[in-house]
Design a protein around this ligand. Structure first.
Ligand SMILES: Nc1ncnc2c1ncn2[C@@H]1O[C@H](COP(=O)(O)OP(=O)(O)OP(=O)(O)O)[C@@H](O)[C@H]1O
Ligand SMILES: [Mg+2]
Length: 354
């Protein structure tokens, strides 16, 4: 059976095995690879190891080094900056397992970071080790692996508090059974949080002190963003088995340019000021606009990705809040897009769907 999306440790099993075989640097206790090899896995080596995260080496080094200390790692950034993506790959490389995951929401209960009970067994047998249902965090502690907590700031503060004890004491008491789970070497935690969510449930300073924060930036240059988008679009196309499509670099470049200009509120040459729409217009959204465009081109077009295949997706991504965003988009379309001689097809396509 082919799954829609394999876990990183399965999809890149060969690369991980290769690195493990050749890795002769010291590995922290409980780690599958040395910090150096983990970084190579994440950034690629230009030959046999494909790059997963595209960005500054130092950022990845700091993140990996943190995981080898007694402090947990908090990846912070605006939406679509690969926080989740990086955390999955780090867990895959360090522990060989990226699945010990807690999804933070307003409804996340303490059981999700500690343990719960199988009530049928609890009632039948009373509290026992078998009636206990461990959380992913508890399993990570018991097995000496990395646990992941997504959207930390969306969790209610009492659940965040439960993490504090766990992270500082490195032990999880189970009073009902009169025992405790002590974290094995190799245990640590990667959390992600979104800049824009700030204020939902502000991280308590006590919890913040347990973490080293690494901020993931939006791609610094258009070239970098085009590279990220091209790479991910190609990967996604392969895993979705989309029919072969001619995806010109110009079309990708154009989508990225539109996103960057609207995000920045100015054209790339800096000459024209623009209204910024309310939408985030993240790299992740550029990736999905292009992937949908490729599906359109492959199934309904002539197999070449064209302006009309991305136009609707772009307008949909830009105009989130109809009134104000539509004004910003119209203005961009008429003052910038229209004036670019090699963007005529794109202008027409956008006019048709706007
Ligand atoms: N610098 C980058 N290198 C590689 N991939 C990137 C980069 N930036 C974004 N992406 C891609 O963008 C997509 C979305 O990333 P991801 O879901 O991890 O974002 P996020 O920061 O967790 O966003 P959110 O705050 O919405 O949860 C992924 O497919 C990822 O590959
Ligand atoms: Mg995320």
């Amino acid at each position: 059976m082919t799954v829609l999306r394999a876990h990183a440790e399965d999809e890149y099993a060969e690369e991980l095995a290769l690195l493990a075989k050749e890795d002769d640097r010291p590995r922290p206790p409980g780690w599958a690879l040395s910090p150096w090899a983990v970084t190579t896995y994440v950034l690629g080596d230009g030959r046999r190891i494909s790059p997963k995260y595209v960005g500054a080496r130092r950022i990845v080094e700091v993140a990996v080094a943190t995981l080898a200390t007694d402090r947990a790692l908090l990846l912070l950034g605006v939406p679509g900056t690969a926080k989740t993506w990086l955390s999955e790959h780090l867990a895959a490389a360090v522990s060989g397992d990226s699945t010990l995951l807690v999804q933070g929401t307003a409804g996340t209960a303490e059981e999700a970071v500690r343990y719960g009970w199988n009530y049928a067994r609890l009632l039948a047998e009373g509290p026992s080790r078998d009636a206990l249902t461990p959380s992913p965090v508890m399993r990570a502690m018991a097995e000496g692996r990395l646990a992941r907590v997504e959207e930390l700031t969306r969790m209610p503060s009492d659940v965040q508090d439960a993490l504090i004890t766990l992270l500082s004491e490195k032990t999880l008491p189970i009073p009902e059974l009169n025992l405790e789970i002590q974290a094995r070497q190799g245990f640590n935690l990667i959390a992600t949080a979104n800049d824009r969510d700030r204020g939902v449930n502000e991280l308590s300073s006590a919890l913040r002190r347990r973490f080293n924060t690494v901020v993931l930036p939006v791609p610094a240059t258009a070239e970098e963003e085009v590279e990220i988008v091209s790479r991910r679009v190609a990967q996604l196309g392969r895993s979705l088995r989309l029919p072969e499509t001619v995806t010109g670099a110009e079309e990708i470049r154009r989508v990225v340019t539109v996103f960057r200009e609207l995000r920045a509120g100015a054209t790339e040459d800096g000459r024209t000021k623009l209204k910024s729409p309310s939408a985030t217009l993240s790299t992740a959204e550029a990736i999905s606009v292009l992937t949908s465009g490729i599906a359109l081109a492959a199934h309904f077009g002539d197999g070449v990705l064209r302006a009309r295949d991305v136009a609707a997706g772009i307008v949909g991504a830009v105009v989130q809040e109809p009134a104000a965003d539509r004004v910003a988009w119209r203005e961009y379309l008429e003052t910038v897009v229209r004036e670019r001689p090699d963007w005529r097809d794109f202008y027409r396509a956008c006019r048709e769907v706007s």
